[in-house]
Write a protein that binds this ligand. Structure first.
Ligand code: ADP
Length: 649
């Protein structure tokens, strides 16, 4: 293919072809501003024939009279400077038709230099329709916005107007309730009060929601220490949790700055909403709040607030809708979980205002996990955290997984390596003896003050290395007595500095004093005389779980022989045995020389008859335990007698 330096053929022919194909009107003028070309589109747009306008000044043909002066000044400037505001860019200008009608046009001017001279071609587009469309869209948008604002204003106004009389109604009911109503009247007054309070909650939520949605909510930016804010939220939630016997846990990342710039009121609102829901939808177990630093960049920080619960959970189909306003999984009026269905919608709106993200993970019947990530600016970094001088190891017995998880994290932040277990039987194992301290949660399930007390006795552990954790609120008498014996006591949820103080105290006292019982004494020796092999196996296993050294024999004769030949701290004696029964064997043991004859003997009897009991006590037994034998009861009675023996030595 051949390349030419100039356009091939006739310039005019090419321009004519372009002009005919273009959707814009093309008007070419010469250096002086006179029209040299006027395209067919220009003819229909402006209402002139090409022949009529050729040679005429363009300003007189297409430019409204009031702008002609500016046009000629523009031309002159271009001639002087070689540039101008309409050259090679798109501008919007008014144009005029032959009829005198002005219309909006979009204009681009391209300069053209050819051997014949200097020309300009204007591309003109009639944008009358486009402008009309834009205006209509803009008007519709404004109208919608105004209608929306009016709706929100109306809602906000109405909610406010409703609240005032309602608070009066509630106040009046309160006074009435103290006015000596009978039981029936009290019931009605309480009903009215409960309904009134739900209504007030609904109105507050609507007010809040409409305020945020209508854009009336301005976020504050305040220097804030989030820790006291979180503590207050947890304190308040504690009352609600206690009423439902739910445990509450709190974990705060030690890396959390001491001061961030944020809107504390809104963060509080998010946390209260999520925690209230978690407590509401949980009937047993625990609710935990985790606050963690997930990213730090320069002075920006991303914090994750996570609320987990062991509640009813949310099924897969519902999970997508719960953040919508008025969405409730159980929409029946008779629901066990009253609410407005606005809480999560509000949480989502606030998080969005803060450029944050909200998500949920849930399993029906297992529990839910709500996560809110928010960006904040660091004002001052995290404070130095308490850590222990020497690394410690702890055994932790807490039978509530959320609470256990939080405690393990806190202890790990302090530098304590923790073995988490759920059963008290672990107190008799090696790790309990090796651990620098033992934390035991009295959560009201398997581990109670009573069972812990028995376990301490049974295992002869030094109670001074024990820290007992109790839920907030009063403790029962038994727990009260126990707390006096142990080395430390903390109330859940535990603060990290409390945990630090108690771990330091416990590890110091046990290290300094040591524990003679644990360190030097071999396990206590127990003789079990029982003819049934299954009973023998079960009882031996229970006793071994209490770290006792157990020997077993199958009749009275062997029992007497064993006591005579070895040293036992305690004998557990079945009454009915072949060859020699328990009573006879006891009498024989009591005939042995001192100190063999003084060994403690506890009867194992299937009979609760007083005469049988009298008979075994008369034979010289110290105590009895009635079959079927429960583990805790056996360990308790054994521990009690061994304690008494130890006390008399
Ligand atoms: P409500 O006032 O009903 O609690 P929300 O907007 O706070 O309204 O929650 C919407 C719905 O999401 C609730 O009605 C409930 O069905 C479900 N939901 C919220 N939080 C939990 C949770 N922790 N466990 C189970 N379901 C939840």
């Amino acid at each position: 293919m051949k390349h030419n330096k100039t356009l091939p053929g006739d310039n005019r022919a090419i321009m004519g072809a372009i002009a005919a194909a273009s959707l814009d009107a093309l008007i070419t003028i010469d250096y002086d501003g006179n029209i040299v070309e006027f395209s067919p589109v220009a003819e229909s747009m402006f209402g002139y024939q090409r022949n009529e306008v050729l040679g005429k000044p363009v300003s007189e043909v297409v430019i409204p009279p009031r702008l002609r002066q500016a046009h000629s000044e523009g031309m002159e400037r271009y001639h002087r400077q070689g540039t101008g505001p309409v050259i090679n860019t798109r501008v919007e200008v008014p144009a005029i038709r032959r009829s005198g009608e002005e219309f909006p046009a979009e204009l681009t001017v391209v300069p053209l230099e050819i051997p014949e001279g200097k020309f300009f071609t204007a591309f003109v587009r009639d944008i009358t329709e486009l402008k009309a469309q834009q205006e209509a869209t803009e008007n519709a948008r404004k109208a919608a916005e105004e209608a929306n604002e009016a709706k929100s204003r109306f809602l906000a106004h109405m909610s406010h107007e409703l609240r005032s009389p309602l608070t009066t109604v509630l106040g009046a009911i309160d006074i009435l309730k103290d006015a000596g109503l009978d039981a029936e009247q009290q019931r009605f007054a309480s009903m009215a009060q409960n309904s009134g309070e739900s209504l007030l909650e609904l109105i507050s939520d609507i007010l809040e929601f409409s305020r945020i949605e209508s854009g009336q909510l301005e976020l504050e930016n305040k220097d804030t220490d989030l820790r006291p804010l979180i503590d207050t939220v947890i304190d308040e939630a504690n009352n609600k949790a206690q009423r439902k016997s739910i445990h509450l846990g709190l974990y705060v990342d030690p890396e959390m700055p001491t001061c961030v710039s944020c809107d504390p009121k809104r963060i509080r609102q998010i946390l209260v909403n999520l925690i209230d829901n978690a407590i509401k939808f949980t009937d047993s177990g625990a609710v935990g709040l985790y606050v963690e630093v997930i990213a730090v960049r320069d002075e920006k920080i991303r914090l994750r607030f996570q609320v987990v619960d062991t509640g009813i959970g949310i099924d897969e189909q519902q999970i997508g809708t719960i953040f919508e306003e008025f969405a409730q999984v159980d929409e029946s009026d008779a629901t066990d979980y009253p609410g407005t269905g606005l809480g999560l919608a509000i949480v989502k709106l606030i998080a969005k205002l803060m450029n944050g993200a909200v998500s949920v993970d849930s399993q029906p019947g297992k529990g839910s996990e709500f996560t809110v990530d928010l960006d904040m600016r660091i004002v001052s970094p995290s404070a130095a955290q308490p850590v222990l001088n020497t690394p410690l190891s702890a055994l932790m017995l807490v039978d509530q997984p959320i609470i256990a998880d939080i405690l393990v994290r806190q202890l790990s932040d302090l530098g304590v390596k923790t073995l988490a277990r759920q059963r008290l039987s672990c107190l008799s194992n090696g790790p309990a003896r090796k651990a620098d301290l033992i934390l035991v949660g009295l959560m009201g399930k398997q581990i109670t003050a009573k069972t812990l007390k028995q376990a301490i006795r049974a295992t002869a552990l030094n109670p001074q290395k024990l820290c007992v954790l109790t839920p907030p609120g009063p403790v029962n008498e038994e727990a009260c007595a126990l707390l006096k014996q142990v080395g430390g006591h903390l109330t859940l949820p535990t603060a990290i500095n409390e945990l630090h103080a108690v771990t330091t105290k416990l590890s110091c006292s046990t290290h300094l004093a040591g524990n003679p019982l644990e360190a030097s004494l071999p396990p206590k020796r127990i003789l079990l005389a029982e003819d049934s092999p299954t009973n023998q196996a079960v009882l031996t296993s229970i006793l071994r779980s209490g770290e006792y050294d157990v020997s077993a024999v199958a009749n009275g004769k062997e029992a007497v022989k064993a006591v005579a030949q070895h040293d036992f701290d305690l004998v557990l004696m079945d009454l009915r045995m072949p060859e020699m029964d328990g009573n006879e064997a006891t009498r024989a043991i009591r005939q042995l020389a001192k100190p063999k004859c003084q060994v403690r003997i506890v009867a194992l009897t299937a009979n609760a008859l007083q005469q049988d009991i009298d008979r075994c006590l008369a034979a010289g037994m110290d105590d009895y335990i009635i079959k079927p034998i429960k583990k805790a009861a056996l360990l308790e009675i054994v521990a009690r007698h061994l304690d008494e023996v130890a006390a008399t030595v």
